[in-house]
Write a protein that binds this ligand. Structure first.
Ligand code: OGA
Ligand code: NI
Length: 368
């Protein structure tokens, strides 16, 4: 719909509205006083899909970054082992003692909410013009390629190697710059520990993939209250590109991770950062640390905000299993330039781990 204010034209037709017709689900949810979701947002036809193993939440691994960085070799070695188990068994952990000030985390969340509270008109200059634009905001994941849409608005910014950021709301860019720098540091330290846990030099993965000029994407997600949370999803099951995704949220839950075939609700420890291992780590570790499948569910009461930074290789680097690992095992993935993988993941429908199928070597196939 090409109208300047599509929402006002919609009330009679909200039942089958498409995400391509709107700028944000927030505005639709607020203006149309919906009692039911449009049918195009119905993700969950099978109620079994929502069965959740709450009893597993307390077992989610906790990584104390101060122990990983300890000068005491014993404490450090134990932390590396702990990190290895977390990556192998869960692909997900909560980081405590990460050194990022609580106030900074609070500011990032509240300014992200303020950004989403700007009117559609004020955000128009940041509208999604495709994967290569440094700043893009929109709704769902990739509305043009989807049959079913997601109850989510997003702002995605490429914050490294080149810095870009919206100039509004006031102060957002300075706060985000600090936060992005801090999360890059934490991601690097974790990646060094992970590298060690694979019997590699701490900086082996970082060097092989030029992490110093690596891609960082900052994503501010907003999930407005949804009248039928049992039917819609904020984000479908997927894995992330890059090495490590670091997530903070506004105290409203909704992230679920897949663990041993069950969905597990994530209830973070206070002031912790949630970290999931992503696709390029699965490749570099030759399949030992599998990227975790996760999704976002929605609720009918409160707006949820989450802020994710995804930290990955240099876009120009070909990512392949680490050569040191190939001395003792067969390659499980062929190499692919990270830029190509990133575009593959961003330009299509978000669908589980299907992007990995493009690089996985099937039994009997030659590696390269
Ligand atoms: C993401 C993501 C989950 C969440 O942005 O990639 O998985 O809980 N977000 O917002
Ligand atoms: Ni994700």
């Amino acid at each position: 719909m090409a109208s300047a204010d599509p929402v006002l034209n919609l009330p009679s037709a909200t039942s089958n509205i498409r995400a391509t017709d709107i700028c944000s689900i927030k505005v639709l949810a607020e203006s149309a006083k919906l009692s039911a979701i449009p049918s195009t947002y119905n993700s969950l036809t099978d109620p079994c899909e929502r069965q959740v193993a709450d009893e597993l939440t307390p077992q989610i691994p906790v990584i104390d970054l101060s122990l990983l960085l300890s000068d005491d070799p014993q404490l450090h070695a134990e932390a590396v082992q702990h990190l290895a188990r977390a990556c192998e068994e869960w692909g997900f952990f909560m980081v405590i003692n990460h050194g990022i000030p609580e106030g900074l985390i609070g500011d990032v969340i509240s300014l992200s909410q303020k950004f989403h509270n700007l009117s559609d008109g004020e955000k128009a200059e940041f509208g999604d013009k495709g994967v290569s634009s440094p700043i893009r905001c929109g709704t769902s994941f990739n509305p043009k390629s989807e049959d079913v849409h997601y109850w989510r608005d997003y702002l995605k910014v490429i914050t490294h190697p080149d810095w870009a950021f919206p100039h509004k709301p006031q102060g957002f860019d300075d706060v985000a710059k600090e936060y992005c720098r801090e999360t890059r540091k934490v991601a690097r330290k974790l990646l060094e520990g992970i590298s060690e846990s694979l019997d590699l030099e701490p900086d082996a993965i970082a060097k092989a993939t030029a992490l110093d000029t690596g891609l960082q994407v900052f994503i501010a997600n907003l999930y407005p209250p949804c009248p039928q949370p049992e039917l819609a999803l904020g984000m479908p099951p997927h894995s992330d590109h890059g090495f490590l995704a670091l997530l903070i949220q506004n105290g409203v839950g909704g992230l679920q991770i897949s663990h041993k075939g069950k969905w597990v609700n994530v209830k973070p420890l206070p002031n912790s950062i949630l970290v999931n291992t992503a696709d390029q780590l699965e490749v570099a570790s030759n399949g030992r640390y599998r990227s975790v499948l996760h999704r976002a569910v929605v609720n009918d009461k409160e707006t949820r905000i989450s802020v994710v930074t995804v930290n990955g290789p240099d876009l120009e680097k070909v990512v392949r299993p680490m050569p040191e690992l190939m001395e003792r095992e067969e390659a499980a993935f062929r190499g692919m330039k990270f830029k190509e993988y990133y575009e593959l993941q961003q330009k299509n429908r978000l669908d589980g781990k299907t992007c990995m199928d493009h690089i996985r070597i099937k039994p009997g196939e030659e590696s390269e």
